[in-house]
Design a protein around this ligand. Sequence first.
Ligand SMILES: *[C@@H]1O[C@H](CO)[C@@H](O)[C@H](O)[C@H]1NC(C)=O
Ligand SMILES: *[C@@H]1O[C@H](CO)[C@@H](O)[C@H](O)[C@H]1NC(C)=O
Ligand SMILES: *[C@@H]1O[C@H](CO)[C@@H](O)[C@H](O)[C@H]1NC(C)=O
Ligand SMILES: *[C@@H]1O[C@H](CO)[C@@H](O)[C@H](O)[C@H]1NC(C)=O
Ligand SMILES: *[C@@H]1O[C@H](CO)[C@@H](O)[C@H](O)[C@H]1NC(C)=O
Length: 384
Amino acid sequence: MKAFLLILCSFQCVEGYSIKQKAQLHANLSSGYDRMIRPGLNQTVPTIININFYLTSLEEFAMEKSKMTVMGSFGLEWTDSRLTWNSTAFDGDLNQTSLFVSNIWAPYFILFNPHHEQMPILSGEQSCNVYANGKIFCLPSDRFVVICSNSIDFYPFDTQNCTLRFYVPGYLASDIVFQPLSPTIQMDYFEENGQWFVRDTKNYINRYIFNGIKVEVLQLEVIMQRRSKYYVFSFLLPTIYINFLQIFVFILPADSNERVGFSIGVLLCVVIFLTIILDKLPVSPDVSKFMTKLLWDMVFGSLIVLAVVLTSRIYHKEDAVKLPRFMKKILRIKEENTAVHPKKITKSLDKIFLIAFTTAIVLNISLYFIRCKLAGANLSYFSY
Ligand SMILES: *[C@@H]1O[C@H](CO)[C@@H](O)[C@H](O)[C@H]1NC(C)=O
Ligand SMILES: *[C@@H]1O[C@H](CO)[C@@H](O)[C@H](O)[C@H]1NC(C)=O
Ligand SMILES: *[C@@H]1O[C@H](CO)[C@@H](O)[C@H](O)[C@H]1NC(C)=O
Ligand SMILES: *[C@@H]1O[C@H](CO)[C@@H](O)[C@H](O)[C@H]1NC(C)=O
Ligand SMILES: *[C@@H]1O[C@H](CO)[C@@H](O)[C@H](O)[C@H]1NC(C)=O
């Protein structure tokens, strides 16, 4: 029986320790501990803080407020030689305990580019794991809201670049050194966002200089791409479709009284789309290429209305119209007489307008995509 227990023990049992021993350990660790002084026996050597950042979600990216909100956890590690003990001296496996941040020295990390009020990521009531060899591990989670400039140039194929910047006030680059454990943000526990696709992340250190004093700043860069599929289907494709609808007015018979109404109706459609899109965009110094395209759509829509009015006017003339030779050449009218029947002129004009506006609209659409592509927008993300 004893042998059996022994075998069982070698797999499962630990020698264990009592609450008394743990209290003794905490009392020993806190005696003579000054949490105002950073770890390191030799204080000319900076304290190294190992850092990982685990992004859990991208809550929102509010373009109009230049604001990004993310949820995430920091994995922070450093060594404090004052918090070491010999675990066998506490007759067992007491090789790890938890201490409040308010009882030990901990880096007071705060955001450098907050959108609103500041909160330190490590605060009093949080606990950190302390190991017998002096290693300390903290895992604070929080919601971080940062200022982030945006660019709407390629909307809706835009990519945004936001950086969370953290620093520890009161400590210089010669006191504390940040050491990212990975060149990227950890995405293991990330929940996807419906509007944005996180394409790339970076985790690196920058040194800023204030009044000639060097300060370490941890930079967490999030590069996100708008999931453009929704915008392609709800804005881009409908506007292209309306563009082609506009041209069909020249196929409508000239004696139909609906021509002007039809072209104005389609122009209104373009204006409504422009209004909806303007409503969704932040006020920004640059005009997006998509807006430029829509503005040209409006110009062409207005010109089409003018062209329709002009052809109707000619069509309803009673008498034949006298045309100079060069006009006849332009209109491709083969007639000996200088006076041409209005119906013939209208028919010819309709053909010319149809070709001219189709060319203009196709050019406008292609130019939009070409300009986006040339400027480096990623159009291959239609499916995201
Ligand atoms: C803890 O501190 C007490 C009193 O200072 C001392 O007697 C004891 O040896 C210490 N225990 C360890 C394991 O250092
Ligand atoms: C502390 O570290 C510095 C830099 O590594 C070294 O020059 C100095 O001798 C060290 N001092 C002691 C007391 O170990
Ligand atoms: C820890 O304590 C045990 C017994 O008190 C001793 O044998 C051992 O050498 C100590 N270990 C260290 C690293 O001081
Ligand atoms: C602490 O003790 C446990 C149980 O004996 C052991 O499994 C673990 O590896 C030890 N951890 C360290 C950091 O020594
Ligand atoms: C993101 O912006 C930072 C400056 O804020 C810049 O240094 C970095 O190169 C940008 N990254 C990308 C991928 O554009």
